[in-house]
Design a protein around this ligand. Structure first.
Ligand SMILES: [Zn+2]
Length: 90
């Protein structure tokens, strides 16, 4: 789902990709961006918690595969901000 009304703001964690998933606050968004095609997708935190609770971000990043088939993904931590309303306030 593409939603252009949101903008992702990257906020790297202290310790970066050596952090394990379980110490990253639940409100932090994990966004994967493919270096090859630029495709972005938000990771399902609940799914990750279930399967990779103690994995580091680096380990998770290394396992991500893009829809284009490339395993060349950058994992980012941050949050979404809403763009100013453009007459479509829902
Ligand atoms: Zn890709």
């Amino acid at each position: 789902m593409d939603d252009d009304s949101r903008k992702f703001v990257e906020r790297p964690m202290l310790g970066g990709h050596s952090n394990t998933l379980n110490i990253i606050p639940g409100h932090v968004t994990l966004l994967a961006e493919c270096r090859s095609c630029g495709h972005r997708r938000e990771l399902d935190r609940e799914l990750l918690n279930a399967y990779a609770h103690t994995a580091t971000l680096g380990q998770i990043e290394a396992r991500l595969r893009c829809a284009c088939g490339e395993k060349n993904t950058r994992l980012m931590t941050g949050y979404w901000v809403s763009a100013p309303p453009a007459g479509n306030n829902s």
